[in-house]
Design a protein around this ligand. Structure first.
Ligand SMILES: [Zn+2]
Ligand SMILES: [Zn+2]
Length: 391
């Protein structure tokens, strides 16, 4: 699924929230997961998103809570009434306290399910400013302290960080195109290969950086407390967050394309394979890709599980050094990320590899974890690619 990102601007929603969840009765605390999905993981009042407060997850950190529109103190009957409960950040929750729904000047608090925020507020310099001296919006702003300095800062930081990371992706895409053209000029090829290696690293960093803006937090519960557990209920609410990223030439989801581009600059490829039933199919896929490139690079292979185990069938895979020539088989008990990575680094250096292709998980360690460790160890001296699962 294409990742969805937060809008870089914390714009007031153009729709009111229409509730779709119907949690089972009981205490209001059991509504929590329903409310998170219902309100798009953001505060119904100040629009700060969970990612704004902690990109790595806010659950159990006390940063978001359940706000009773009619305070429990004013009407205990409504305490466990779902329609009276809203998802709110702790700052809004704390700022309002027991302020009444209608104040002494007859001003009403705006209700996120009855009022469309964009009809009452505009975003100006990261503040939600009431439109046309809207009395209810002013009361809502003041009651929840919607423009408290910490909230304004979060809105600004999201936009700035978003632009910075997104800008990096665009820059990388442009430079990548230039570097690829240089590959066809023999005297510029070495330099272009080094540039491509660097750019792939920047791209990986930038894509990882963008993850902090994906609109569904990593700690989002897939199940809520609804009577019938329809999965489609759990989708980010419309009008809040629906930004599609279009990062030019290199798209985070475009694994196959990125892989193909990465291989173009390679002169000696090292394959890291496991011993799964899929190994053969994966290598065939790589073989086709390599052949398509025309200029066949030398391929060497390491299979960390190879000692005392049958080798995967590699007949017909172009350029592979196979069987007993495998340079550095790991003993099976040398598992563990650290041992594996240090062996791979040693192997890469001794074989003069410039591009390492991770074909599948090894010793139960996921490829992205191996890749991240290798990046740290090698500090860009080697291009690291993950073999895509399809062409
Ligand atoms: Zn629910
Ligand atoms: Zn808030």
């Amino acid at each position: 699924m294409e990742p969805r990102y937060l809008d870089p601007k914390t714009l007031p929603p153009t729709r009111k929230v229409e509730r779709t969840h119907e949690p089972r009765g009981g205490s209001y605390t059991a509504f929590r997961q329903c409310l998170r999905w219902e309100f798009g993981f953001q505060c119904a009042f100040c629009l700060i998103h969970e990612r704004d407060l902690d990109p790595y997850g806010t659950e159990r950190a006390g940063l978001f809570g359940i706000e009773h529109f009619v305070p429990q103190k004013h009407d205990p009957e409504l305490r466990n009434e779902y329609s009276n409960c809203f998802y709110a950040c702790r700052f809004c929750n704390g700022a309002r306290g027991y302020k009444p729904v209608v104040d002494s000047q007859e001003r009403h608090l705006l209700h996120p399910c009855a009022n469309q925020w964009s009809a009452h507020f505009a975003l100006r310099s990261y503040e939600l400013v009431p439109l046309d001296s809207d009395q209810d919006a002013e009361y809502t702003r003041d009651a929840y302290d919607i423009n408290a300095p910490n909230k304004v800062t979060r809105r600004r930081v999201r936009r700035q960080e978003w632009k910075r990371v997104r800008g990096l992706i665009d820059d990388v895409s442009t430079q990548y195109a230039t570097a690829l053209r240089s590959l066809s000029v023999p005297e510029r090829r070495t330099e272009a290969r080094a540039t491509i290696t660097q750019l792939l690293r920047y791209h990986r960093d930038a894509v990882t950086g963008m993850r902090r803006f994906s609109s569904v937090p990593d700690d989002a519960a897939s199940r809520c407390n609804c009577r019938d557990a329809a999965a489609e209920r759990n989708s980010v609410r419309p009008g809040h967050l629906d930004y599609r990223l279009e990062p030019g030439n290199l798209r985070p989801s475009d694994g196959a394309r990125l892989f193909r581009l990465g291989l173009q600059g390679a002169s000696r490829i090292g394959l890291v394979v496991g011993m799964s039933v899929h190994t053969r199919a994966r290598l065939e896929l790589l073989d086709v890709t390599v052949r398509e490139l025309g200029e066949t690079p030398a391929i060497t292979i390491v299979c960390p599980y190879s000692l005392g185990q049958p080798a995967p069938d590699l007949d017909g895979i172009s350029g592979v050094v196979a069987g007993s020539d495998w340079p550095h088989p790991l003993p099976i008990d040398a598992v563990g990320e650290e041992a594996l990575v240090s062996e791979l680094v040693h192997w890469a250096h001794s074989c003069g590899i410039d591009t390492m292709v991770l074909c599948e998980p090894v010793c139960g360690i996921a490829r992205k974890d191996i890749a991240a460790e290798l990046e740290l160890e090698l500090d860009g001296a080697l291009r690291i690619l993950e073999l895509p699962t399809e062409r």
